[in-house]
Design a protein around this ligand. Structure first.
Ligand code: SF4
Length: 323
């Protein structure tokens, strides 16, 4: 069963030079009980996409499409309706842990403000829950009485995870939560996200990252975005083993491999730079960097084509049955 259905979603940024088409007609579902990954280079629209589900503030503008979450279109919620479901039904662990924690408040005070705002009246009960959750992420209960600046980067990230999940949201968005962490702390964060699912604290997770190696460890399915478009989506194993879109293939080939000496062997990189989203081309947005580009790639947008079970990609090279 889908917990979130996104259909032809368009989220642009309004600028003095025109609209930046950051998310431009993206369609996907997230099932209950799955970890869904969103991958792509910086500026591909992945963070804009997930932030638009939680909070849209100028210059971000909703230009079309819908995001149906538990029967409600997130794009049509009033600020008050959105505030009510934030943390209780839909929550985000932001990229920078400090963004979620008030630097002038102790962790327990931040948590109490949040709980009270959602109708909780018993502070002792909330603090008991906070201590239980701190223990779950292997933090001392003393952290409740500390200010964010007193915590190390890894501790702050875990405290942020506790705050974001305290009220048991159905859908949790983890936005590049591991990018500023060392490899050991990254592993801890991944394990904790799995633990939150196993304990029923969250039902589904959207995991946003530029790191395909991490997605391979955590995601059941994932989609790849390029220049505001979804270019490939499918079960993680299938996409990693048999990428259908040239961009996905190049992303996978650019991953360093253990045991390979890159002084002697070149690490594959993707040539060129992403296009400007102020005035993107009408055809395939990857054509300026694609080694297989054909004339019609520059004129016609490639349709999404089925390439396997629940596996789709958008490239003119692919034959098969359209979605
Ligand atoms: Fe390359 Fe054309 Fe496929 Fe785009 S549609 S990825 S330019 S072959």
């Amino acid at each position: 069963m889908a917990i979130l259905k996104v259909r032809d979603l368009k989220i642009y940024y309004s600028t003095p030079f025109g609209h930046v088409k950051a998310v431009d007609g993206v369609t996907f579902d997230i099932k209950e009980g799955e970890v869904f990954g969103i991958a792509g280079e910086s500026g591909c629209g992945k963070s804009t996409l997930v932030h638009s589900l939680i909070l849209r503030k100028p210059p971000m503008v909703h230009m079309g499409g819908e995001a149906i979450f538990k029967g409600k279109d997130l794009m049509k919620l009033s600020e008050e309706e959105a505030r009510k479901i934030r943390y209780t039904e839909l929550s985000i662990i932001p990229q920078y842990a400090m963004n979620a924690l008030n630097p002038t408040k102790k962790i327990k005070d931040t948590v109490w403000d949040l709980a009270r705002d959602h109708g909780y009246t018993d502070r002792n009960e909330v603090e008991k829950l906070l201590r239980e959750r701190l223990a779950m992420v292997k933090l001392s209960p003393k952290v409740a009485d500390m200010y964010p600046v007193e915590l190390s980067g890894g501790m702050r990230q875990r405290a942020t995870m506790v705050v974001s999940t305290l009220l048991n949201p159905d859908l949790l968005i983890a936005d590049e939560v591991t990018s500023a962490l060392d490899v050991t702390t990254q592993r801890v964060v991944i394990e904790l996200l799995h633990h939150f699912m196993e304990e029923g604290i969250v039902k589904s997770i959207i995991f946003v990252t530029h790191d395909l190696a991490l997605l391979d460890k955590i995601a059941d399915r994932f989609m790849v975005m390029y220049a505001g478009k979804m270019v490939e989506i499918g079960p993680t194993e299938d996409v990693i083993k048999s990428p259908a879109h040239p961009y996905t293939r190049m992303l996978i080939d650019s991953l360093p491999r253990l045991g390979v000496h890159y002084k002697r062997q070149k690490l594959h990189s993707i040539p060129g730079y992403p296009i400007s989203l102020l005035n993107p081309p009408k055809g395939c947005r990857f054509y300026t960097r694609c080694p297989y580009v054909m004339d019609h790639c520059k004129e016609e947008e490639p349709p999404l084509v089925k390439v396997g079970e629940e596996h789709y990609a958008a490239c003119h090279l692919l034959g098969g049955e359209n979605q």
